[in-house]
Design a binder for this molecule. Sequence first.
Ligand SMILES: NC(=O)c1ccc[n+]([C@@H]2O[C@H](COP(=O)([O-])OP(=O)(O)OC[C@H]3O[C@@H](n4cnc5c(N)ncnc54)[C@H](O)[C@@H]3O)[C@@H](O)[C@H]2O)c1
Length: 336
Amino acid sequence: MSVRIAIVGAGIMGADHARIVSEDLPGAILQVVCDASSERARHVAESSGATDVATDPVETIRRNDVDAVLIASPDETHAPLSLAAIEAGKPVLCEKPLSQSSKECLGVIEAEVARGRQFVQLGFMRRFDPSYRSMKASLDDGSLGRPIMMHNFHRNVEAPANFTGQMAITNSAPHEFDVARFVLGADYSAISAFQPTGVDASQTGAPVFMVLETDKGQLVNIEINNNAAYGYDVRGELVGEKGSIFLNAPVSTRQNGALMAFERYAPDWRPRFAEAYRLQNKAFLHFVRTGEFPAGASDAWDGYCAALVAEAGVEALQKGERITIAGAEKPSLYNR
Ligand SMILES: NC(=O)c1ccc[n+]([C@@H]2O[C@H](COP(=O)([O-])OP(=O)(O)OC[C@H]3O[C@@H](n4cnc5c(N)ncnc54)[C@H](O)[C@@H]3O)[C@@H](O)[C@H]2O)c1
């Protein structure tokens, strides 16, 4: 029988997930599109062939004709709606971050532990990106030697108007916090955060440069620049004692002209990570069907770890100090 999926939040990401479910996920049906705006819900439902529309997310999650939920509403709704899904006993693919508060993440973890199983797969989709997977494979097969540093750049064309200064750390950087932790198989022990001089930290999309230390002694640096102007550009290089490996963005053409050769940048993250979103959602469907949490996917514990380092990053930037990071004890439910 087909898995009936409800999407909550029909904005940029919700519309993309709706397209993936309807075009690229055999065995899944887009049952309901729910958005606070009925107009947006209807628009996305019409373009993706969804059966129904709704405006109340909790009612939507509880519906008898919904088997699983995909949350793509704003950050502050993720933890409360994940809790509603756990209470309803339904698997949920929740967009990142799980919460901007590590305490709120612990609430989701407690709810899963109380029910004795995992429900929440988190939308840190870079874990499914073939270039990061290949990076991790080269580390795991020993060809890079011991990993010592990882460099990360995350650039957007223009920050959305609702972005505050610290959202570079609490909304954008969690992708890097999560994927570097995944690739290295390490946890963070400290973070320092810097901004170029003359930058107003409260300015929308002001760049931030972070240096993280792991419990295995590695250094991870992350540049977040949400007003990079020229294109969506994510780069990464992992440096080991025997070699290094860097990400190649999937581009299908290179143009020649005027004594130059050039490749085009995408205007946002969707083309760059299209395959990662597709593989992530396919893994979620398997999770819904089998109850087996997908190998390598990000879970509520990973969401907690990302929120913890983001909080420390904000503090490091505000105080101009290196902040040490110490997390809660990991419940055995998350030992995979
Ligand atoms: N995984 C990724 O690469 C990635 C990329 C971009 C955004 N995101 C995350 O996806 C989420 C959505 O981002 P977006 O860019 O699509 O935002 P958006 O503003 O385009 O869309 C959000 C939608 O949610 C609706 N909404 C708000 N509150 C709601 C509620 N309580 N119930 C139902 N609908 C509600 C809004 O009306 C809007 O249509 C954010 O949390 C963001 O961090 C993830």
